[in-house]
Design a protein around this ligand. Structure first.
Ligand code: MLT
Length: 264
């Protein structure tokens, strides 16, 4: 797909398949290539749309932004493509943006899949760490951020998977340090979505890697308990990147969930 101009930025996106639209929102500091398996697994039944968020991957944008900005970009992208409603899949930071969409644009969503993410906002220590991340990225580039994150991303079961490690590293190391800093500030200032969960009446599924140490199974349980129509899938031998670590299990569950959500 050629890039599309969205609110003053050039957004790159993959768009394939036919049917109801599934919008995939990547995590931090990754890009749309983390959804390659989603396209393989879902594009026979759905139109799968996976953008590089502003500033990430091949999309432009180096000034600071908020998660509201990222959500607004996605709504504008849907408007420009003439798409009314989507099922949204969001991993981690992508989940924070999916929750933002569910809070601010509920009429645009027919289903929501929250993957390795949480509804709560950052506590004081987490905010301080974000500030350090931003400073380090601006001073030293993406490499120290990737080095800090990598050991926390995977289950011990996948810690020696060199192909996966290379794939994660290549996404993290190519992310613009200014984008890393913007994302760190944006995530630090995101609101707590917990009070809104009970108002999110759409069919929802929460997926978590059993060994996720960044957004834990407890975070996933808390969202499922508060969302009116949510189910939980816990993926064995998976950490924070569950859809990359165990794609067959994860997308098998997502396919079944989307079919049920469509049938209402
Ligand atoms: C992500 O994977 O998007 C990040 O780990 C989210 C976060 O740092 O809160």
């Amino acid at each position: 797909m050629p890039p599309i101009d969205v609110r003053g930025h050039s957004l790159m996106y993959d768009d394939g398949g036919d049917g109801e639209v599934v919008l995939c929102i990547h995590g931090f500091p990754f890009n749309r290539s983390m959804w390659d398996e989603a396209r393989l697994a879902l594009a026979s039944r759905y139109r799968v749309l996976s953008p590089d968020l502003r500033g990430f991957g091949e999309s432009s944008g180096s000034e600071s932004w908020t998660l509201d900005d990222q959500a607004n970009d996605l709504i504008e992208l849907l408007d420009q493509l003439g798409i009314d409603r989507v099922a949204v899949l969001g991993l981690s930071m992508g989940g924070y943006i999916a929750l933002n969409l569910a809070r601010r644009y509920p009429e645009r969503l027919w289903a929501m899949v929250l993957i390795d993410t949480k509804a709560t906002s950052d506590n004081y220590d987490a905010k301080q760490n974000r500030l350090k991340t931003a400073e380090t990225a601006l001073r030293e580039g993406a490499a120290p951020i990737a080095a800090q994150m990598l050991p926390k991303l995977l289950s011990p079961a996948n810690a020696d998977d060199q192909r996966l490690i290379e794939r994660l590293n290549s996404m993290m190391l190519t992310t613009n340090p200014k984008t890393i800093a913007s994302a760190a500030h944006a995530m630090a200032s995101r609101p707590d979505s917990t009070p809104y969960l009970s108002t999110m009446a759409l069919p929802s599924m929460v997926i978590v890697g059993n060994d996720d140490q960044i957004t834990t199974p407890n975070d996933a349980h808390a969202m499922v308990a508060a969302l009116p129509h949510a189910s939980l899938v816990t993926i064995p031998d998976a950490g924070h990147m569950s859809v990359l670590e165990q794609p067959e299990i994860a997308y098998g569950a997502i396919r079944v969930f989307l079919e049920q959500a469509q049938q209402g």
